[in-house]
Design a protein around this ligand. Structure first.
Ligand SMILES: Cc1ncc(COP(=O)(O)O)c(C=O)c1O
Length: 370
């Protein structure tokens, strides 16, 4: 056997295209509105900032079990803290769950425009990503169930999904779960759950508490405005929590993140303001952008997908360049197979109004040059 002349990564690793975060700068533009990463325009709770300022003893390792944070989350949702595991962002938990259940020869399944981290986590674990088609930018339960094979180990569903902003009613999630063999783990990624205002939606908490093969992941990065600190949590059956707990880093959540998370989750007033802001401006942006003649995928999150024409001068790429030059940074979504769209995060009132005005100008100029 000839051995390689240098260390080689495991199969799959070099198939990964490294995750490219949303842009945050526009060269030469003084004031930038970053609307590319689904961050909240309200920032974190002032109580979270206070908790960080009060933090002390950075020379000590943090509590490796995130005990007080798990208790605070458990108190908010009426859970048993033993069923909760915290992570450095829900990204870390998605990777850990994958690493615990997917290996070479196994498949991880998600839908066509599902969150990109699933693919990265599956390949990094040595598994094979399998993609089920969607219907009108919605996850399709029948297609997902049809793509399950005897090698499938994990099925991932972002609900609501990023970057489409669409969601599956809970009946559909139940139908997906009911159709899966009991040894397949269903991961419900509910990063945007707090924003959803639909009676037929549920984050999946109930399934994660009652089924033996369902976990739900949540994040402090979105409505709680703590993306920079990297903080997420998951809830699931004891045997899954136990498995993931064995492979996580001993101190995977830092103390500042825990202190901020505890304060943030108790600040109902700030949370309420963030929900109200999103309700108002998501609806406004959807209405105003559609009125410009652009297709907007109806979203239940804190972002929306805007579709552009394929005609030269009117494409998503052209619109991105036009908006960026004015300090309005949106997200290109080619990596999600959506080259004709841009994803727009709901911003401050100022940013939202600027985006609509800039899109209007973009379309008027394109029409004038036609
Ligand atoms: C669907 C979805 N899941 C998970 C995440 C990861 O969030 P974090 O790792 O910041 O908790 C994101 C962030 O964009 C997301 O859109």
């Amino acid at each position: 056997m000839t051995l390689p002349r240098r260390p080689e990564p495991r199969p799959g690793v070099l198939q990964i295209e490294a995750y490219v975060p949303g842009k945050s700068a526009a060269p030469g533009v003084a004031k930038v509105h970053k609307l590319s990463s689904n961050e909240t325009p309200l920032g974190p709770s002032p109580l979270a900032l206070e908790a960080i300022r009060a933090a002390d003893h950075l020379e000590h390792y943090p509590n490796g079990s995130a005990t007080r944070l798990r208790e605070a989350i458990a108190a908010k949702y009426g859970l048993d803290p033993a069923r909760i595991l915290c992570g450095s962002g829900s990204d870390e938990l998605l990777s850990l769950v994958t690493g615990a259940f997917v290996g070479p020869g196994d498949e991880g399944l998600y839908s066509a425009h599902g969150f990109l981290v699933y693919r990265i986590a599956i390949l990094a674990a040595g598994g094979t990503p399998v993609v089920a088609p969607e219907r009108s930018l919605h996850a399709d339960v029948d297609a997902l169930l049809g793509a399950v094979t005897e090698r499938t180990k994990v099925v991932y569903l972002a609900n609501p999904n990023n970057p489409t902003g669409t969601y599956l009613p809970f009946d559909e999630v139940r139908r997906l779960h009911a159709g899966l063999p009991p040894h397949v783990l269903l991961v419900l990624d509910a990063a945007y759950a707090e924003y959803v205002r639909r009676n037929d939606y549920a984050s999946g908490l109930e399934l994660a508490l009652t089924a033996e093969n369902v976990v739900m992941t949540r994040t402090f990065s979105k409505i709680y405005g703590l993306a920079n600190l990297r903080l997420g949590w998951m809830v699931g059956p004891a045997h899954v929590v136990d498995a993931v707990n064995r492979i996580r880093g001993p101190f995977n959540v830092n103390g500042l993140a825990m202190a901020a998370g505890i304060a943030a989750i108790r600040d109902d007033a700030h949370f309420g303001r963030a929900v109200a802001h999103n309700d108002e401006w998501l609806a406004w942006l959807t209405r105003e952008i559609a009125a410009l003649g652009l297709d907007v995928t109806p979203s239940v999150g804190n972002f929306l997908l805007v579709h552009f024409s394929g005609e030269p001068g009117r494409t998503a790429r052209d619109a991105d360049a036009f908006l960026s030059a004015r300090g309005l940074i949106l997200r290109r979504v080619e990596a999600y197979g959506l080259p004709g769209a841009l994803r727009l995060t709901v911003g401050t009132e100022e940013a939202n109004r600027l985006v609509v005005a800039a899109l209007r100008e973009f379309l008027e100029r394109a029409a004038a040059h036609a």
